[in-house]
Design a protein around this ligand. Structure first.
Ligand SMILES: Cc1ncc(C[n+]2csc(CCOP(=O)(O)OP(=O)(O)O)c2C)c(N)n1
Ligand SMILES: [Mg+2]
Length: 552
């Protein structure tokens, strides 16, 4: 058996079912070996950022890694932004990166580059160039074990062409996945004591703590002890909707997050990082934990969040408490000229059961959470690493992981353009994805940021042009149609609802181009930075009311 065949059998034996590919000459033996393994589905993408983002979306929903097949350092580099998002989300991904044959490397041919250096940034825990066909499958199972370790991570296996084509490959099984540890007695006692101490306490849930069993345990603790539940700002996968506990998401804007966290004496982290500001701003703190707040760690990302919460609930006598659960509630059908808020409203109005909602709507999605809070239960995937171009590739992966569930990807026009090639893969694989693109002809959020960073007071035409997408205006319907995806444009709420109903009722991918004004345009854009600056000097009740108004 050659290396490639043995490798593919090893992947399939380990339960890897999908490989998102963008191959080149150095991967031809891997490609040729695909037909010998019916258990591995190969999905072609037309840009590596789509392959990596699809692997990320797949793993978030399947709970296990997919493989990518990438071409040398340049191909891996093209896929880096979405591997970064996977890394930040602790999502397992196995990269297989083809390389030149070992004897070809000294010639420094055109595509020769230092692949390991490119890989290290996104897969610091596992980068290996396989040295021989005999060792290849052992390298592969170690890479798989690293990817699905505690917590999940991106692992990169570099496959020289001669290792791939060489004879003597021997498939081998991976070790069983490790079982996560539960919080120990001392931790449970200390945190139970802190919660009972009378100060204001809150649980900050992230990672695995945002799935139903952990959410329920946390909500029982919250109900029994009268403490607050927060959700990290960009969850990898949040189970939400009617009937599921609804922790309050930390706001993206640091000023608003500070309002949420004000007065907390004990912040208990459950598979979450202590909150920090997304960016630094002149004169503002990066650390969002209030100065006199004590941070406790109930469960690290390597531990079992749900079991640790169960133990804490038992220690606090909260096991029989009745958790607060949002009732079913949908917003009314929107009418009139389309706005970003009306799109979110329509999504809340029509969201089907068990949908997978992917949010990269940036400024247009400010009200998405509020509008879908009482919708039928669904999963929300968000931009974990802040590197845009995630939503459409994530939708590809999520739809392949869950073919019986509707996938809705909400994406800004700027973000959509990074990886719009994902539409072609959606069409080719006939995936049930509805892509909703907010065409506001702007990098709108950057206009807000321009004000917030306190750069020169009046940006000139050159500065403004770097954030503007009006000339020419993008035509997403024609882009989608050119890649085989049915598309419709809407500039009224009625047209949008009709298009959304149609998309949800008809199989295969659909794109809806929502032509909307900027959610934070005009007077709002000027008012927001001013309000954010004024917040700390306002009375607490007014601060909280403003937070709810700006980012409910
Ligand atoms: C990989 C990457 N490149 C650039 C950025 C900087 N960036 C953040 S938001 C943004 C524009 C987003 O525009 P759009 O998706 O249209 O959303 P809008 O702001 O209009 O709501 C850019 C360029 C980034 N976050 N990630
Ligand atoms: Mg935009």
């Amino acid at each position: 058996m050659n290396g490639a065949r043995a490798l593919i059998k090893t992947l399939a034996d380990a339960g890897i079912e999908v490989c998102f590919t963008n191959p080149g000459t150095s991967e031809m033996h891997f490609v040729a070996a695909l037909d010998a393994e019916p258990r591995l589905r190969a999905v072609l993408t037309l840009f590596e950022g789509v392959a990596t983002g699809a692997a990320d979306g797949y793993a978030r929903m399947a709970g296990k890694p997919a493989a990518t097949l990438l071409h040398l350092g340049c191909g891996l580099g093209n896929g880096l932004a979405n591997l970064h998002n996977a890394r930040k989300g602790k999502v397992p991904v196995l990269n297989i990166v083809g390389d030149h044959a070992t004897f070809h490397v000294p010639f420094d041919a055109q595509l020769q580059s230092d692949i390991e250096t490119v890989a290290r940034n996104v897969s610091p825990g596992f980068v290996r160039t396989s040295g021989s066909t005999a060792a290849l499958c052992q390298d592969a199972v170690e890479a798989i074990a690293a990817a699905r370790g505690l917590p999940g991570q991106v692992a990169t296996l570099i496959l020289p062409a001669d290792v791939s084509w060489g004879e003597g490959g021997t498939p081998c099984p991976p070790p069983p996945p490790p079982a996560p540890q539960v919080a120990d007695d001392a931790t449970i006692d200390a945190i139970a004591h802190a919660i009972r101490s009378g100060g204001k306490a809150a649980l900050l849930l992230g990672g695995q703590a945002l799935r139903e069993p952990a959410l329920l345990a946390a909500a029982k603790i919250a109900a029994h002890c009268g403490i607050k539940l927060f959700c990290e700002v960009f969850p990898t996968r949040l189970e939400r909707g009617a009937g599921l506990p609804a922790p309050e998401r930390i706001a993206y804007l640091a000023e608003l997050a500070s309002v949420q966290l004000a007065g907390i004496d004990h912040l208990v982290l459950v598979d979450a990082k202590a909150p920090v500001s997304f960016f630094a701003y002149p004169g503002k703190s990066s650390d969002l934990v209030p100065a006199d707040c004590t941070v406790h760690v109930l469960a690290s990302p390597a531990q079992d969040a749900a079991a640790s919460l169960d133990r804490l609930a038992a220690a606090l006598g909260a096991t029989q408490a009745t958790p607060a659960l949002p009732p079913p509630m949908r917003p009314a059908r929107p009418r009139g000229r389309l706005t970003a808020t009306k799109v979110c409203k329509a999504v809340g109005h029509l969201l089907p059961e068990r949908a997978i909602l992917i949010d990269e709507a940036i400024t247009s999605g400010l009200l998405l959470g509020a509008m879908t809070a009482g919708a039928p239960r669904h999963d929300l995937l968000t931009l974990t690493g802040g590197a845009i171009g995630q939503a459409l590739p994530n939708a590809v992966g999520a739809a392949i992981a869950c073919p019986d569930r509707p996938v809705l990807a909400l994406v800004g026009d700027g973000s959509a353009m990074y990886t719009c090639q994902a539409l072609w893969t959606m069409a080719r694989e006939r995936l049930n994805v509805t892509a909703i693109v907010f065409n506001n002809a702007s990098y709108s959020v950057l206009n807000v940021e321009l004000e917030r960073v306190g750069a020169d007071a009046a940006p000139g035409p050159k500065a403004r042009a770097q954030l503007d997408l009006h000339d020419p205006v993008l035509d997403f319907c024609r882009l989608a149609q050119g890649m085989g995806v049915h598309a419709a444009r809407a500039d009224t709420a009625e047209a949008f609802c009709k298009a959304l109903k149609y998309a949800l009722a008809n199989p295969g991918p659909h794109l809806i181009e929502a032509v909307v004004p900027e959610a934070l345009g005009g007077a709002r854009r000027r008012l927001l930075p001013w309000l954010l600056r004024a917040l700390p000097s306002l009375p607490p009740a007014l601060r909280r009311a403003l937070k709810r108004k700006i980012a409910p």
